[in-house]
Design a protein around this ligand. Structure first.
Ligand SMILES: Nc1nc2c(c(=O)[nH]1)N[C@H]1C(S)=C(S)[C@@H](COP(=O)(O)OP(=O)(O)OC[C@H]3O[C@@H](n4cnc5c(=O)[nH]c(N)nc54)[C@H](O)[C@@H]3O)O[C@H]1N2
Ligand SMILES: Nc1nc2c(c(=O)[nH]1)N[C@H]1C(S)=C(S)[C@@H](COP(=O)(O)OP(=O)(O)OC[C@H]3O[C@@H](n4cnc5c(=O)[nH]c(N)nc54)[C@H](O)[C@@H]3O)O[C@H]1N2
Ligand code: SF4
Ligand SMILES: [Mo]
Length: 751
């Protein structure tokens, strides 16, 4: 059998064993670091050396300190108390980040795909010089034959800036991250359409000062975004009312005054009914609505018939509960937050659902108000001088047929679509640079991702671990972990602007290099050196920091620097005149932008398909000790949770005769069966019409020695994608599964 050029290859773990750090150091916080205290089992000795970093285990980017023992071994990472993202405390994942450095399964040296005379493919180890030569030649060939616009970069993580600089210098602006169209994109577009600005990260929710927090599917507590979790517990201590809308009894639901176990996919009906009560009972912020909003009369008319009784039939939430919760929000107004969530690509009408969330916040006057949404600020870092980037004439957007113009960032799925050739356009994307994103598990409908990859002429993957995506690369480049490198200065928004430094705590292990080094050396090989004018990243960072009155030396000492807000207004002042960045200059309850693009100016409820007989809706989420697929093999974190389970309601388990702990396979509506068995968890905490699992498990790369074969992958079962017509987000919760007690034998079809 002749294999195709880009079959999946398993990169085996290459030798050397790392030293796993004992989990006794997990869950500690700053209070354990008191100087000169006795060296008890849970204390860090005072002679430990520390260097600053910010965490790469998720994108909350908490700043912290890395502690090393006298032998120079990394022992512990804890929060930096000057950092508003962490307030000096790391979450379990951040603390366990040490495991990323110690993981003996790491990628250790560059790898090049080779095919022998019989068509068998393997990887061979290579020097950096040779591997980068192959990459430079691969990319140059695509540029020469098809144009630079046929290169795309997928990236999620710090190194993205450097590869972005490289690809723009080459002449392409196709840069996409799954954190947009598979995550927060619809939220940004919905909020921009309403308030003229999006939320970004960390979200400027004033949770610690709120009197009422409404969580719609947002499972804070399992979703461990550090600062939010801390603020939510502060709000609970202050007696704030928490209302959680979730088909599953989440950790957040267990802390709530109200749990609304909504029928999945019907949230928009609930949101409209809440608006109906808030308007009919005049619970809205009248002055704010009058002064700042556009389209109140149209909205009032729009939600007239959308009574709690109407919504009851759709959502299964009783009318009195809808009324009572609306009144709680009204009572707290404006110190109320209808939380916008983050991973919001659920049912394809997500931008409209998030519009409804934005409108509800506007009615209650919470935008720009204490206990609602504060006005964030962020440090502005100068970028270093370089020649202008070449003009681009084409992009992935050309393949979209004029759709998704309201997307404010590139769509990862759009770039994937633009890689699959079509008779109607001349340029398909021919080369991918993939940095820090495991696209096979991250993009829904992996069959399509694989089809795109098959059509590529060249693909280079930069990663730290032998993840699924690395098996499809022509060249694999091993990045060192965040504990072994410098990176861009973190300048994320918050109540006050801060900057944070990441610097190497230890030398890179094995033959690994940083993204900056890789991108710069590629640029040198491709004749683009002038876009990387500094000889080292230290020099670049020092230049940049000095421009804003700091220096690398200062940041190495303090790790986090608070800057002054240029103005002092965290909230709108009473009666302040404000011009919003919308067409009308007002908060648009009625969106003139959506209308001008031919979309509903106000959100409408439409019914979504229901599970067929014998099938259940597949819903998924986070576990506190893991981040996506990236941590499943981490020695410290897999110690805490090494597999996922499928939550099944007792009524359903009884019908199917399933027991707690029994291993089953899941089969979806398109006949796709989970690769590995998954254990059943019978629990009242999930509705009878749905099943739930944690995302990130079910790895099929054997080189991931702890993660391989553990649990099921939700991604594999997500073959039905519900596209958001407004911005191209990929709704992923329209998939239904049934249960198999054993896996049917699949006959291999020979080609
Ligand atoms: N089915 C399903 N799909 C989803 C989601 C879901 O819940 N279910 N969630 C969606 C959401 S919200 C998001 S934001 C995205 C996240 O999507 P991704 O960010 O792609 O998620 P990960 O699976 O963590 O992949 C990260 C990759 O980066 C590598 N990596 C880690 N550290 C480094 C580093 O320092 N340098 C480099 N070069 N590589 C590194 C890891 O080994 C891994 O291969 O996924 C989306 N897709
Ligand atoms: N520990 C940990 N924390 C993380 C991450 C991580 O990987 N690990 N990733 C981070 C990232 S990038 C993101 S985007 C966020 C995602 O975190 P969130 O934005 O909070 O999560 P979602 O995945 O949207 O929501 C999951 C919840 O939605 C519920 N749900 C499912 N269907 C429906 C429905 O139809 N209606 C309603 N109301 N609820 C429903 C599920 O039961 C589950 O409790 O988490 C962040 N925090
Ligand atoms: S929330 Fe946790 S994993 Fe994310 S950056 Fe902060 S410490 Fe790291
Ligand atoms: Mo996300």
């Amino acid at each position: 059998m002749v294999k195709s050029r880009r079959d999946f290859i398993k990169i085996s773990a290459l030798g050397a064993t790392g030293v796993a750090v004992g989990s006794k150091y997990l869950f500690a916080d700053n209070s354990m670091l008191k100087k000169n205290e006795s060296k008890g089992p849970f204390r860090l000795p005072s002679d430990f050396k520390r260097t600053p970093t910010y965490c790469e285990v998720c994108f909350w980017k908490c700043a912290g300190w890395v502690y090393k023992d006298e032998k120079g071994d990394v022992q512990k990472i804890i929060g930096n108390s000057d950092d508003p993202n962490s307030n000096g405390r790391f979450c379990p994942r951040g603390t366990g980040g040490v495991g990323m450095y110690h993981d003996e399964d790491r990628l250790k040296t560059p790898l090049i795909r080779v095919t022998d005379d019989y068509g068998n493919q393997t990887y061979r180890e290579a020097s950096w010089d040779e591997a980068l030569d192959v990459v430079a030649r691969g990319l140059q060939k695509v540029i020469d034959e098809h144009g630079a616009e046929c290169i795309a970069l997928f990236t999620h993580g710090s190194g993205g800036k450097y590869f972005g600089n490289l690809i723009k210098a080459l002449g392409s602006h196709n840069i996409a991250a799954p954190s947009y169209a598979q995550c927060r994109g619809p939220r940004e577009v919905g909020f921009i359409a309403t308030f003229g600005e999006g939320l970004s990260s960390p979200e400027p929710t004033d949770i610690k000062n709120t009197d009422c927090l409404v969580l719609i599917g947002s499972h804070i507590g399992e979703n461990m975004h550090n600062g939010q979790v801390q603020e939510m517990s502060q709000a609970i201590d202050r007696g704030a009312t928490i209302i959680t809308v979730d088909p599953r009894y989440s950790t957040a639901a267990s802390k709530s005054k109200y749990w609304l176990p909504i029928k999945p996919a019907t949230d928009l009906a609930l949101l409209l009914a809440w608006m109906n009560v808030i308007i009919e009972e005049e619970l809205y912020d009248k002055e704010y609505v009058k002064k700042y909003t556009y389209g109140f009369d149209q909205l009032k008319e729009h939600v007239k018939g959308k009574t709690p009784e109407w919504a009851y039939g759709i959502t299964t939430i009783p009318p009195n509960v809808i009324r009572e919760t609306a009144r709680e929000m009204g009572k707290a107004s404006p110190a109320v937050i209808i939380h916008p969530g983050r991973h919001v690509t659920w049912y394809g009408d997500d931008t409209q659902r998030l519009r409804a969330v934005a409108i509800l916040n506007a009615l209650l006057g919470s935008w720009g108000r204490k206990g609602g949404f504060y006005k964030p600020d962020k440090a502005k870092l100068p970028s270093y001088p370089h020649p202008p980037y070449p003009e681009v004439e084409r992009s992935w957007k050309d393949a979209m047929g004029g759709k998704y113009d309201l997307a404010d960032l590139a769509l990862a799925n759009g770039v994937c679509d633009a890689t699959i050739p079509s008779v109607t356009r001349d340029c398909s994307i021919k080369a991918w640079i993939v940095n820090g994103t495991n696209l096979i598990e991250t993009l829904p409908d992996s069959r399509k991702t694989l089809e795109a990859i098959k059509n590529l002429e060249f693909i280079v993957v930069v990663d730290t671990m032998p993840m699924e995506i690395t098996g499809y690369a022509d060249v694999v480049l091993p990045e060192c972990t965040y504990l072994e490198r410098y990176d861009t200065i973190r300048a994320s928004q918050h109540r006050e602007p801060t900057i944070a430094l990441r610097m190497p705590a230890v030398e890179p292990k094995y033959n690994t290099k940083s993204a900056w080094w890789i991108a710069k050396h590629l640029a040198d090989k491709m004749g683009k050196s002038e876009y990387f004018p500094f000889d080292s990243l230290e020099e670049e960072l020092d230049w940049q920091l000095k421009k804003i009155g700091s220096s690398l030396e200062e940041m190495q000492r303090i790790g986090v620097k608070k800057l002054k807000r240029p103005y002092n207004d965290l909230y709108f002042a009473d009666g302040e005149d404000i011009e919003f960045f919308t067409n009308t200059g007002k908060i648009e309850l009625y969106s003139t932008t959506l209308e001008s693009y031919g979309f509903d100016p106000m959100p409408k409820y439409t019914a979504h398909p229901e599970p067929p007989e014998g099938f259940y809706r597949l819903i998924y989420g986070r576990a506190p000790m893991h981040t996506f697929t990236r941590t499943i093999n981490n020695p410290n974190l897999s110690d805490l949770m090494d597999t996922n389970v499928v939550w099944i309601n007792p009524k359903v388990a009884k019908t199917w005769g399933l027991d707690n702990g029994q291993e089953i396979y899941l089969k979806n509506q398109d006949g796709v069966i989970s690769e590995f068995p998954i254990k059943v968890r019978v629990t009242e905490r999930i509705r009878w019409d749905s099943v739930y699992m944690v995302h990130g498990f079910g790895h099929y790369k054997k080189g991931l020695s702890r993660a391989y074969g553990k649990g099921a992958s939700d991604s594999r079962l997500i073959t039905n994608v519900m596209m958001d017509p407004i911005m191209g987000g990929t709704g992923m919760r329209g998939n239904f599964v049934t249960f198999l007690t054993s896996k049917p034998e699949i006959k291999e079809v020979k080609s």
